[in-house]
Ligand binder design. Structure first.
Ligand code: NDP
Length: 451
């Protein structure tokens, strides 16, 4: 087939997506990035076009949007908007996190849900794709307010999820505390203990050891594999990590354990730079326990520096950059700074943290680039392992889960490298990860007929 036919097909589908989903720029961006990288698949195997595979994949199986009324500590009533996008169930129950953040809207949830299709497939685990959340801001809320909000959210969501239907987990603003409240409400409503309905639970009621660490550790394992491919490793490398939440904290922990020095991390308000290496105990206490701002790091470590411009974190010279905060946080200017300062590898701990222009620049300059749906897939992979433990009513040791995680990250890397090579895009892990993730889901959809 001529490359024109494949290209025209991809472009036609993309234009329909744009028309059908106007003003959803994040969703359009995610679709464009993936569709463009699939052109070599349709050149090699045009029968996918006859099956209208992309037209079916870009349309979520179901979108649920709902009202979340809740009462604050002063007795005032608030109303937020909740979402669950059940995107694709070809290879397993819908699976993907819940995000509580004021920026949440249909576009954000659909971009995350769409990416999840390919990410979940890449893990090799039997999980479909979903994503959800609410435009609720947990910052500054009391524990009781968080609990009441989670209960109201679950009162509606419970109608649409279940251990074999849809299994949510955490994401930005949803950690162990929120998962606990959500699970409690689900259990009360069902009148039965169905551990497999949510992942990211505390160990005491069915959580998996190493789930909390999995996304951050997995991102670093993935970077380790990229470096290994270049006969290099993390030892002695200088690393910059954005964010200071779940993914960032455990990326810092693993990178440090493997001999790197992490010199900076951030939150929404600013970043800290500690040339002697970030003291992770302080960050963990500030963020996981006291829920304070990263600026407070200076109180204990006055030699560190603080800047209120969190986006300028990428001007700090480093060998490895791990964007672990949020979407589109690393743009073309930031990429240029990193390249000028000699960066050798990027691992996306967050979902779509690099803009399309930044990604193109990294690929053009042959910088090792681990795209989010491959590099941060460790979190959802261990969520699938949590589901497996729940259905078998047992729990594995930390080391056992961590070992499985390492194997999964190595497989994702290898499959992405091979898929890129087989489709004439050697070394391009963006293309490789998208193609490897796509093939399994596409073949499953075709095998199951037009439904
Ligand atoms: P958290 O809520 O635990 O942490 C997010 C962190 O990013 C916070 O420190 C937050 O700061 C910071 N942040 C948010 N916006 C900005 C910004 N514009 N500039 C600098 N820092 C910012 O979320 P997670 O760590 O769970 O998630 C981070 C990313 O990783 C998201 O893209 C998520 O989708 C992705 N991801 C998460 C997985 C998981 O298992 N948790 C799995 C796979 C991907 P502040 O404290 O000020 O809010």
């Amino acid at each position: 087939m001529s490359s024109n036919v494949a290209l025209n097909y991809v472009n036609d589908v993309y234009h329909t997506v744009k028309k059908r989903n106007p003003n959803e720029k994040e969703f359009q961006q995610a679709v464009k990035e993936i569709l463009d990288s699939l052109v070599p698949v349709f050149e090699k195997n045009p029968s996918y076009i006859d099956h209208a595979i992309l037209e079916r994949m870009v349309e979520p199986e179901r979108i649920i949007s709902f009202r979340i009324p809740w009462v604050d500590d002063q007795g005032d009533i608030h109303v937020n908007r909740g979402f669950r996008v059940q995107f694709n169930s070809a290879i397993g129950p819908y699976k993907g996190g819940l995000r509580f953040h004021p920026s949440v809207n249909a576009s954000i949830i659909k971009f995350l849900g769409f990416e999840q299709i390919f990410k979940n497939s890449l893990t090799g685990q039997p999980i479909g794709a979903g994503k959800g959340g609410a435009d609720f801001d947990p910052k500054g809320k009391s524990d009781n307010e968080i609990m009441r909000f989670c209960q109201s959210f679950m009162s509606e969501l419970a109608k649409h999820i279940g251990p074999d239907t849809d299994v949510p987990a955490g994401d930005i603003g949803v950690g162990a505390r929120e998962i606990g409240y959500l699970f409690g409400q689900y259990k009360k409503m069902q009148g039965s203990f169905q551990a497999g309905v949510l992942t990211g639970k505390a160990f005491e009621f069915g959580g998996s050891l190493a789930r909390k660490e999995a996304t951050g550790y997995g991102t670093v394992y993935f970077v380790q594999e990229m470096l290994k491919g270049n006969n290099d490793d993390l030892n002695g490398k200088t690393v910059v990590v954005s964010g200071s939440g779940n993914v960032a904290i455990y990326a810092i922990e693993k990178a440090t354990e493997l001999g790197a020095k992490v010199v900076a991390c951030s939150d929404y308000n600013g970043y800290i730079y500690d040339k002697d290496g970030i003291k992770l105990d302080t960050v963990k206490r500030l963020k996981e326990v006291e829920r304070k701002r990263i600026k407070e790091y200076l109180t204990e470590h006055p030699n560190a520096q603080y800047s209120e411009k969190s986006e300028e974190i990428w001007t700090i010279p480093c060998d490895i950059a791990l964007p672990c905060a949020t979407q589109n946080e690393l743009d073309k200017d930031a990429a240029n700074h990193l390249i000028k300062n000699g960066v050798i590898a990027i691992g996306e701990g967050a979902n779509m943290p690099c803009t399309t222009e930044a990604v193109d620049l990294f690929i053009e300059k042959a910088i090792l680039f681990g795209p989010g749906k491959a590099a941060n897939a460790g979190g959802v992979a261990v969520s699938a392992l949590e589901m497996a433990q729940n259905s078998a009513h047992l729990s594995w040791k930390f080391e056992e889960v961590d070992e499985k995680l390492q194997d999964i990250m190595k497989d994702i890397y290898r499959n992405s490298v091979e898929a890129a090579e087989e489709h004439g895009k050697s070394g391009n892990l963006v293309v490789g990860a998208n193609i490897a993730g796509f093939l399994k889901v596409a073949d499953a959809m075709i095998a199951q007929g037009v439904i």
